[in-house]
Design a protein around this ligand. Structure first.
Ligand SMILES: Cc1cc2nc3c(=O)[nH]c(=O)nc-3n(C[C@H](O)[C@H](O)[C@H](O)COP(=O)(O)O)c2cc1C
Length: 383
């Protein structure tokens, strides 16, 4: 493996490893956990923030853009469909010093978003994409702007190579590619060859590969196979924030053999300790123990995957609402269990889709100047 120095604007990201933005997951507490395992190395992107909600200073959104005082650079992912609103949001971030790096999300495959022409449907309209990128880069001034996208809508409507060239022309700093189309959703396997093709198409800027990295070894393999400059890791970290420790070790000098440093294999006792800390961080962040523990519930199945916990206990863990209750339940587990082999590999969403819902006539002309209605921004979750 050749060691590369990933630069995102003025920031060197070493090892070249990025926590994927995940709505409802990569909030400040989860980023803190991952950073604790990585020793602060790597780049950790916020969950997606819609530009309209930011500009309107929606209370929930203002909490979502919270960064622990030690996070540097502070990376915010924005999702917007209107160049003017994106420009306003970016200028607000700069003027109020809310972040150090802005990532733009063009990968969301959710039907209620693509139906309006938003998310992963948007790059099909090349001029609209260009207008959004231009507003963002201009408004961001000295802050680096990156973008994250999928390959396209479906195999017949591939957009990533055009989008990549447009991004370079508009001054985007780096591009992350999730090697799936919107039609694939999370099914099948990510196309790493597409990542290599994007790298050839935009040699001027760093390309970050994304999709199906389940271990540090996978990350090293993706870099070797595609020539990408860094990797973005999403679902592999769900219930496994320590994967960041593995990634740092694999990319450290001497770790070049590819995951040579091995993988963390925590016992259930150690996993329970991380679960407790995660729930506690969420409670602190939300300033409400009950809400924190309730928010933590979604992580339980990921943390306990493969361990022998029993369906009754799993159910009880998934309805806890206080830290004391969580402690009691965790103490009742058979904590001496070793890391189960079944816990490696895919986790999180894995399902596919057949068809992408689009606005009428959306595919007729990739270059028309159609806009997207603002409600393509409402209540979205994902990429
Ligand atoms: C629960 C969940 C939420 C996600 N939210 C976002 C998001 O807010 N922004 C984004 O760009 N991608 C989002 N994604 C997509 C991931 O960032 C990533 O591109 C995708 O999961 C593929 O990478 P992986 O195979 O490493 O998981 C989300 C994915 C999941 C599973």
């Amino acid at each position: 493996m050749t060691q590369t120095q990933l630069k995102v604007g003025p920031y060197t990201v070493q090892p070249p490893v990025v926590l994927a933005p995940m709505a409802g997951i990569t909030n400040a507490p989860f980023r803190t956990l991952c950073r604790e395992f990585s020793g602060g190395k790597g780049l950790f992107v916020s969950e997606m923030i819609t530009t309209r909600a930011l500009v309107e200073r929606d209370a929930k959104t203002m909490r979502l853009i919270h960064f622990d005082g030690t996070e540097k650079p502070r990376s915010i992912q924005l999702y917007g469909v209107d160049p003017v609103t994106v420009g306003k949001a970016v200028r607000m971030i700069v003027d109020e010093d809310l972040a150090d790096h802005i990532d733009l999300n063009f990968g969301c495959p959710v039907p209620k978003v693509t139906r309006k022409g938003g998310g992963s449907a948007l790059p099909y309209k090349r001029n609209l994409l260009r207008a959004i990128l231009r507003e963002a880069v201009t408004g961001a001034g000295p802050l680096p702007v990156t973008m994250k996208m999928r390959k396209g809508i479906d195999d017949d409507h591939i957009t990533y190579l055009d989008a990549g060239r447009i991004a370079v022309e508009e001054g985007v700093t780096a591009i992350a590619l999730h090697g799936r189309t919107a039609a694939q959703h999370y099914g099948g396997t990510a196309d790493w060859d597409a990542i290599a093709r994007l790298k050839e198409t935009v040699p001027e800027i760093p390309v970050l590969g994304n999709g199906d990295i389940w271990s540090a070894e996978d990350a090293v393999r993706m870099m070797d196979r595609t020539g990408c400059d860094g990797v973005v890791v999403g679902r592999g970290c769900l219930g496994r924030p320590w994967l960041f420790g593995d990634l740092v070790a694999a990319f450290a000098p001497g770790g070049e053999t590819g995951g040579g440093a091995g993988s963390a294999r925590p016992t259930l006792k150690e996993v329970a300790g991380v679960m407790r800390r995660h729930a506690e961080l969420l409670a602190e962040w939300l300033e409400d123990e009950e809400r924190g523990v309730i928010d933590f519930r979604k992580h339980v199945a990921w943390y306990t995957k493969g361990f022998s916990v029993g369906s009754e206990m799993r159910k009880r863990l998934a309805i806890t609402s206080s830290l004391a209750e969580l402690d009691d339940l965790l103490a009742g587990l058979d904590l001496d269990q070793e890391w189960p082999p079944g816990a490696d590999g895919p986790r999180g969403r894995t399902s596919g889709r057949n068809r992408v819902v689009l606005p009428d006539g959306w595919l007729a002309d990739p270059y028309d100047c159609a806009g997207v209605t603002a409600d393509a921004e409402l209540d979205t979750s994902g990429g």
